[in-house]
Design a protein around this ligand. Structure first.
Ligand code: CA
Ligand code: CA
Ligand code: CA
Ligand code: CA
Length: 697
């Protein structure tokens, strides 16, 4: 019997088995970029044939059958590449051929909850992966379904990667790596006695540490390929950033960055022209046009009242900005609050809470990786599992999935509100803690959202004064570009492009209120920011109105605590999203339970069955009413630029820091709320033999 007919027989048996075993919807087939080809004339003939059709020859499978791979074909596609298939088939020496499908292989112990154990010595210390009572990121159910990051490529943009680390070496991908600082292909970190360049290696291990090898811990995507771009150990320029962000977007799926402008509470800075272009190219062309995934740490400037909306990398719609929650679900001292944060992963907190396990420089392991630095790679790894579950997700599909699955429960922030689409959202945590199990489940059945539309609405006609020690409130009614090809009825990101002159930028607080009443803090008070530069076309972003309908009256509120008046010179409302007229797929919706009126058998809310929150009647002190318009142009924005990249590792503050903080004896008894360090010695004596906790903010 010829091997092809044997295969055919086997396939028939499999189909029979499968069709008996499943009852619901069939999973779509996934095709790889490899073909099995039966060639008459032996290996030499097969090699010649492969070459003449642009394939690379990958060796013999069985006698007379060879493996070909085509680089220009998607590694994972829902469609067969019939064109290349037919061309090969017409060759007289080809007897049979088949484009290879990617098979799902699920471990047999599937469904046996919490049985996964690893031999790695740090596994037991990885609390954020196996805590009871939902106090983890629900990764084990994703692993149990067989998702481990196989076929997904992640790279860490940082200070290098120790590629020969025994827990990384096996997953290391030289094609996802580069040394931008030294302009060579080898991203090994520069070693010095203080190990200052350990950051990238620590981030890499969180994603792709090898599992069950008796070394360190387990990466969340332990079968992913991992690379590193060495770009922080030298002068960071726009070109350095652009080269890093734009490295091989056809090969790399996920870029994880745990750095940004100074977190000093006085900087407003973002990508300059080249880096901006690199983001846009990645979004447009990366992953075969589905868009590169950029995961970004939201910043560690909490102690200095920094706002992640003043960081143009996190504030960008193209980056998935990730915040941190401490082991107990609290807001860590370093956390920056802002409206552009999408979601949260666990990281370090107070001294009594555990930290993140990873690989460390010099072939070592660490249990003390910290800050939002540690959060971004965890998110990047969860994204890798999600992309394995559905490689066809676009960069926007992924953000939709995060919004719908992140869990706000068990996170302690007093500003959680429910938006009109039913999602709970906070400036500290975004939509909540990322849930790997829920993400892969939703990804499996997710249908791509239609192309993004942009409806720009000029909010005002003439420059308007922002009175001293008072506030300016502007209203703008819009129909969301109704009945045009820019119509948006369901929001994704919303931006307020503002140009403001002021004597002291940190004295401004800026809020944007949606027609449904969702209030986003675009900028909170930053007492250290004494800059007189104001904002020059800065695009403040909010995710909080996700899936709301933009039609109605928007309110911009600017509080000015300064003794001098300021001037608002531009307010453009940029509404991004989709329109029902584009033919919306019926993806499952999982909003806050009270807002859902109809659920399916899985308890998932049925699309369109949520209550709309009541419209808010605008109230104001200094109120200026603007005319309604529905269309406008969008223009590129240029902002001031200083290329200081700061790694966002959280160093526990020294008690000498004169920052407001809160001191606790053991857990909970607040003993002082004064300026440090004055309070510290008092608190120490108050607590006597008990443990003293310091919560900075
Ligand atoms: Ca090098
Ligand atoms: Ca390991
Ligand atoms: Ca910051
Ligand atoms: Ca972002």
């Amino acid at each position: 019997m010829h091997p092809p007919s044997l295969l055919l027989l086997l396939a028939t048996v499999l189909v029979l088995l499968v069709s008996r075993g499943t009852s619901g919807e069939e999973k779509p087939k996934l095709y790889s970029n490899q073909w099995a080809v039966e060639v008459v004339g032996g290996e030499e003939e097969a090699k010649k044939l492969a070459q003449s059709h642009g394939f690379s020859y990958k060796g013999k499978i069985l006698s007379g059958i060879y493996l070909f791979e085509h680089r220009a074909v998607f590694k994972r596609s829902l469609r067969q590449n019939l064109q290349r298939h037919q061309r090969l088939r017409r060759e007289p020496t080809v007897r049979w051929l088949e484009q290879q499908e990617i098979k799902r292989r699920i471990k047999r112990d599937f469904r046996q909850k919490r049985t996964i154990e690893f031999s790695d010595p740090e596994w037991s210390a990885m609390w954020y992966l196996h805590n009871p009572n939902n106090l983890d990121m629900n990764v084990i159910p994703a692993w149990e379904k067989g998702y481990t990051g196989q076929g997904v490529v992640v790279t860490i943009l940082d200070d290098g990667i120790e590629r020969d680390h025994p827990d990384l070496e096996e997953n290391y991908d030289p094609d996802a790596s580069y040394d931008v600082n030294a302009d060579d292909p080898d991203p090994m970190p520069r070693y010095n006695p203080s190990n200052e360049n350990r950051h990238g290696t620590r981030c890499a291990g969180e994603v792709s540490s090898v599992a069950n090898n008796d070394v360190c811990g387990v990466g969340i995507a332990y079968h992913s390929r991992i690379g590193g771009v060495r770009m922080l150990d030298g002068d960071v320029t726009d070109a350095v950033e652009a080269k890093s962000i734009g490295l091989r977007p056809e090969h790399i799926d996920v870029y994880s960055a745990s750095w940004g402008p100074d977190d000093d509470g006085r900087t407003v800075d973002g990508p300059a022209s080249l880096a901006k272009a690199a983001f846009e190219t990645g979004i447009r062309e990366g992953r075969g046009g589905k868009g590169s995934i950029f995961v970004w740490a939201s910043g560690n400037g909490g102690r200095d009242e920094d706002s992640c909306n003043c960081d143009g990398y996190t504030n960008s719609i193209y980056t998935m900005s990730v915040s941190s929650a401490s082991e107990r679900g609290n807001i860590p001292w370093y956390l920056e609050k802002c409206s552009s944060t999408l979601a949260t992963t666990y990281s370090s907190g107070s001294g009594a809470e555990r930290q993140i396990v990873s690989t460390d420089l010099r072939h070592r392991c660490t249990e003390s990786h910290t800050g939002t630095s540690a959060s971004a790679p965890l998110a990047a790894a969860i994204v890798a599992l999600t992309l394995e579950a559905n490689p066809n997700l676009s960069w926007r599909d992924l953000q939709h999935i995060v919004v719908r699955t992140a869990r706000p429960d068990n996170l302690h922030a007093d500003d959680f509100t429910t938006n009109a689409a039913g999602y709970k959202v906070s400036h500290a945590f975004g939509f909540g803690l990322m849930d790997a199990g829920a993400m892969v489940n939703l990804a499996e059945r997710w249908q791509n959202v239609p192309p993004q539309r942009v409806c720009s609405v000029p909010g005002m006609n003439r420059p308007t004064s922002i009175p001293a020690s008072n506030r300016l409130v502007l209203h703008k009614t819009t129909d969301g570009c109704k009945d045009t090809n820019k119509e948006v009825t369901r929001l994704e990101h919303v931006q307020a492009r503002l140009t403001i002159t002021t004597m002291r930028r940190g004295e401004l607080q800026i809020y944007l209120i949606s027609p449904s009443g969702t209030r986003s803090t675009l900028l909170d008070h930053r007492s250290r920011d004494d800059s007189a530069s104001g904002f020059n076309g800065w695009e403040f972003m909010t995710t909080h109105t996700w899936d709301e309908n933009p039609e109605g009256t928007w309110t911009l509120e600017i509080n000015n605590m300064d003794r001098h008046a300021g001037m608002l010179k531009e307010w453009t409302l940029v509404l991004r999203g989709t329109s029902e007229s584009q033919g919306h797929p019926s993806n499952p919706h999982t909003p806050h339970p009270q807002l859902c009126t109809q659920t399916d058998s899985n308890g998932v809310c049925i699309e369109g069955s949520t209550h709309q929150a009541p419209q808010v009647t605008p109230s104001a002190s200094t109120t200026i009413k603007q005319e309604s318009t529905s269309t406008a142009t969008s223009t590129a924005v240029k902002t001031e630029r200083k290329s200081t990249a700061v790694k966002t590792e959280a160093v526990t503050p020294s008690p000498s820091t004169a920052t407001l903080g809160r001191l606790f004896c053991n857990e909970g008894v607040e003993v002082n709320k004064l300026s440090l360090p004055v309070a510290l010695s008092n608190a120490l004596s108050d607590c006597l033999s008990q443990t003293l906790f310091v919560n900075f903010w």
